[in-house]
Design a protein around this ligand. Structure first.
Ligand code: FAD
Ligand code: MLT
Ligand code: ZN
Length: 456
């Protein structure tokens, strides 16, 4: 993104939990600030040493520890790359319960620490449901290793049901490296589907996107695995950037349309083909959908997915991207993009070229909208035209200012748009309990306060 600059004199790449423990105990003693880092694909600067912190990168911890092919429970080191884990599981008939565009670089420890959502959360749920166990190193004088529901870690192992006390592992999911270093993860993996179908549809307006979503859930409920969305600006950007051809035979009426990608995953190809085919026929016949294309093989399916997955990179190639990742009710979803564009027209920033384009896309199935504002450059004038206005617009809709990318360096001072003061104070107190000297990711995640560690 070229937005957050790192400045660290040292990067350590431990190979074991024991090494992490020794490093953290030393840093505690010497009061050295540490940035935990996985694949460094995060979009809010959480893994970047913005001061002069030591970077503790997990790429040296990349072993699968255990896989049980009856329960589907996978236990791995935190530094395993998501795609490597998917490739490890595929021949065994299993898959990872999450998938994202950064799969080739992000680590499972980073995924857990950001509570990454991604493209199939709609089907497989959030990591709060699929992570069954966590091993982490705490920022205390011993670098204490805490195992919660990990195999061989003492106490109960990775279980779907365990109601003995506070569910501590949940705290590490989405903590963005502020409570401890995640060193191991046990995760429940689903069966790899034997039949996958992908279709992309074009519809005339955003209301039709909602109608298609409702119909799709009604008719494909048990086999639906993704329902993604992007707008005309998004399609134009991707076609320009990749040189790909539009998947549609005709141009949309009035030059504008909205696009959805529907994926089904099941175990009976004929059954799934019939169901998806039936749905597409109905949508076309009733005029809800203007055009559609159904992938005939894996290559075509990958090409359709690439129209959606290339969006972040295409935006980055056009200019400097102010990225917003919000949750808003579907009734308010696209009006936020329209209001954002209208603001740039009103203040002349669209006309004078400050803003090159504003793109809306996201995980409709999860009410998660990504607004990418592509500007000529990052500067204070542009930023102050966007923030905090956009956070206020999200709060007015009772939405969340971060659906999945997290808080990092970007949003600690904006958390109050989505959480109450008492809730933020409790989070700060909790952070202090885990990290009394404030050595983990200081200055990130939460706003400054007397509740935070003094030395932070
Ligand atoms: P990093 O970027 O290295 O770190 C992220 C945060 O976690 C930092 O705060 C860091 O300090 C902390 N951290 C990392 N490892 C550990 C650890 N072992 N212990 C404690 N703390 C740790 N995100 C989504 O949610 N959904 C998407 O669909 C999605 N798509 C993306 C597509 C692209 C092209 C890109 C570039 C990013 C995308 N992301 C997405 C964002 C990013 O990939 C995820 O947040 C990912 O989970 C980060 O993993 P990482 O290993 O790169 O973590
Ligand atoms: C996505 O859905 O493509 C990711 O969250 C990444 C992004 O928004 O840039
Ligand atoms: Zn996303």
């Amino acid at each position: 993104m070229d937005k957050y600059k790192g400045n660290s004199p040292v990067v350590l790449k431990p190979k074991s939990t024991d090494e992490v423990s020794k490093i953290i105990a030393y840093c505690y003693k010497k009061r050295i600030a540490v940035v935990p880092q996985g694949g460094n694909t995060g979009l809010v600067g959480g893994g970047v040493p913005v001061y002069d912190e030591l970077v503790l990168n997990t790429e040296g911890m990349n072993q699968v520890r255990d896989f049980d092919d009856v329960s589907g429970i996978l236990t791995t080191d935190a530094g395993c790359i998501l795609e490597v884990l998917s490739n490890y599981l595929a021949p065994k008939g299993y898959m990872m319960p999450l998938d994202l565009g950064a799969k080739g670089s992000c680590h499972i420890g980073g995924n857990v620490s950001t509570n990454a959502g991604g493209l199939r959360l709609l089907r497989y749920g959030s990591l709060h449901g699929s992570v069954l166990g966590i091993e982490a190193v705490l920022p205390d004088e011993h670098g204490t290793v805490i195992s919660v529901n990990m195999p061989g870690g003492g106490g109960a192992g990775p279980l779907r049901k365990d109601n003995t006390g506070y569910d501590l592992k949940q705290l590490f999911i989405g903590a963005e490296g502020t409570l401890g270093i995640v060193t191991g993860v046990s995760i429940l993996t689903p069966r790899l589907p034997s039949a996958v179908n992908v279709a992309v549809l074009s519809v005339p307006d955003f209301n039709s996107v909602k109608t298609v979503f409702k119909e799709t859930r009604a008719q494909l409920g048990e086999i639906l695995s993704a329902f993604e969305f992007w707008d005309q600006e998004g399609l134009d950007l991707v076609l320009d950037h990749t040189g790909a051809k539009s998947p549609f035979e005709t141009a949309p009426e009035g030059g504008r349309a909205f696009y959805v990608l529907i994926e089904t995953s099941g175990s009976n190809k004929d059954h799934d083909d019939e169901k998806l085919g039936g749905l597409l026929e109905k949508l076309l016949e009733e005029g809800i959908c203007a055009d559609g294309t159904l992938a005939q093989d894996e290559t075509q399916a990958a090409n359709l997915w690439s129209l959606r997955e290339s969006l972040p990179e295409a935006a980055g190639k056009l200019g400097k991207v102010y990225k917003f990742d919000v949750s808003v009710p579907l009734s308010e979803y696209y009006s936020l993009v329209e209001e954002t564009r209208a603001r740039f027209v009103e203040n002349g920033m669209a006309e004078d070229g400050t803003i090159k384009t504003t793109v809306g896309y996201g995980h409709i199935g999860d009410s998660n909208l990504h607004i990418n504002i592509v500007a000529k450059e990052y500067n204070e004038r542009t930023e102050s035209a966007i923030e905090p206005w956009i956070y206020e617009a999200v709060a007015k809709r009772n939405g969340s200012i971060s659906a999945e990318h997290g808080l990092g360096v970007m949003k600690p001072n904006h958390v109050h748009y989505s959480k109450t003061e008492p809730a933020i104070a409790l989070m700060q107190q909790l952070r202090r309990v885990f990290d009394p000297r404030g050595i983990l990711n200081p200055g990130k995640y939460l706003p400054p306060s007397e509740h935070l560690p003094e030395e932070g």
